[in-house]
Design a protein around this ligand. Structure first.
Ligand SMILES: Nc1ncnc2c1ncn2[C@@H]1O[C@H](COP(=O)(O)OP(=O)(O)OP(=O)(O)O)[C@@H](O)[C@H]1O
Length: 364
């Protein structure tokens, strides 16, 4: 397949296995969002793809060609570094022009100035073209570095946390504009971000990485609705699922999730077959509901905290065993911190994961 493909890629730094058997492909014109917590291996994966790190095992292919032994400068890959790596003695405009003037640039000379002007304007830094990097704020530096990547017509584009230092409003605005720019290309792009929601919003597909292993690759919808592991469940969501450890048991013929001081009925199906096993119970914030204290079938506890966001609220419920569970509600709940309450957990709120492997236990 043309595009970018990593197969069986491993990379170790001393004791740390930064990449552990990574298989990942990004098609021509596709935007793959790569998300995972700090230290998960996102930068290392991009550096291996760019040829800046040599994998200990596995292979990288680009445009159907093996990149074994191909130097970074010969791969035709544009890389936005998390550290920006701007030339300090060049203005913003000159920094953006620099890859176009380098040997092998695919952008014709007569298009250089217009291309740079378009990208600076897209990133809302056209007025900063004559400034040196030292005279820029962090967010402006990040956009200058991003401009230098976006002006190119590379064989693959690797963006390592491209908008992490922008304020929330600009981040929101530019992620759509940048995604649009990436989608008009026929080269593959990787957009690395620790922000799971950003990943869902910019990726045609999303890959979740943790501890150097790819946990799940899927469409944003698949990742959102069916997290393949407890790691993915903890990372993705707004807020992510609350995760409790316990075991599945039988209670009056039905299957229940149980831990000391807490019991929740779970949907039958695969869960019944997993009775007696240790599990992780994931609870989706948007499907949970508060119930009156003492309501039948509700988990007993109290209101721990309450964050109003305008169009919805996040209530943190503290179960009687101390477990904290987040509820996202659109009703302006008249809750008071510390008051006794119940929590109702309908089937749609519940996801189960194997306690040993962390993998999802399918609903049916
Ligand atoms: N040059 C290096 N020498 C030693 N360890 C390294 C090196 N580069 C990365 N690591 C380690 O490899 C692991 C993966 O790091 P990496 O930078 O790829 O993570 P990341 O997902 O990009 O994190 P962040 O979101 O914080 O940038 C980490 O444990 C990191 O400490």
């Amino acid at each position: 397949m043309s595009g970018l493909a990593l197969s069986g890629v491993a990379k170790r730094f001393g004791e740390t296995l930064a990449l552990d058997g990574v298989n990942l492909s990004v098609g021509p014109g596709e935007v793959l969002a790569l998300t995972g917590p700090s230290g998960a291996g996102k930068t290392t994966l991009c550096r291996v793809a760019a040829g800046l790190e040599t994998p200990d095992a596995g292979a990288v292919r680009l445009g159907g060609r093996s990149m074994d032994g191909v130097a970074p400068g010969k791969r035709g890959v544009a890389f936005l570094f998390e550290s920006y790596a701007l030339y300090p003695h060049l203005t913003v405009r000159e920094n953006a022009l620099s890859p176009l003037r380098a040997p092998g640039s695919a952008v014709p000379r007569e298009r250089h100035d217009a291309t740079v002007a378009e990208v600076l304007s897209l990133l809302e830094i056209a007025h900063l073209g004559d400034r040196l990097p030292a005279a820029l704020s962090g967010g402006q530096k990040q956009r200058a570095a991003l401009a230098r990547a976006l002006v190119q017509a590379p064989r693959a584009l690797l963006l390592d946390e491209p908008i992490s230092h922008l304020d929330a409003k600009l981040r929101h605005k530019l992620r759509g504009a940048i995604r649009r720019s990436l989608m008009t290309r026929d080269s593959p792009s990787i957009w690395a971000t620790p922000d799971g929601l950003e990943a869902l919003s910019v990726g045609d597909r999303v890959a979740v990485i943790d501890g150097g292993r790819i946990e799940q690759v899927g469409t944003p919808e698949e990742i959102w609705l069916s997290p393949a592991s407890v790691t993915v469940a903890r990372l993705i969501g707004d807020p992510p699922m609350s995760v409790l450890d316990g075991e599945l048991a039988e209670e009056g013929g039905a299957t229940v999730f149980r831990r000391p001081g807490l019991q929740i009925a779970v949907p039958e199906g695969a869960a019944a077959a997993a009775r007696g096993r240790k599990v992780w119970l994931g609870l989706r914030a948007s499907e949970l509901a508060l119930a009156p204290a003492g309501a039948a079938g509700a988990v007993a506890g109290e209101i721990y905290s309450h964050e109003p966001f305008g169009k919805h609220e996040i209530v943190t419920f503290s179960a009687s065993d101390g477990a904290q569970i987040k509820i996202k509600t659109r009703e302006a709940a008249q809750v008071r911190i510390g008051e006794a309450a119940g929590l109702s957990c309908p089937a749609a709120a519940i996801a189960l994961f194997d306690g040993e492997t962390g993998r999802a236990i399918p609903a049916a």
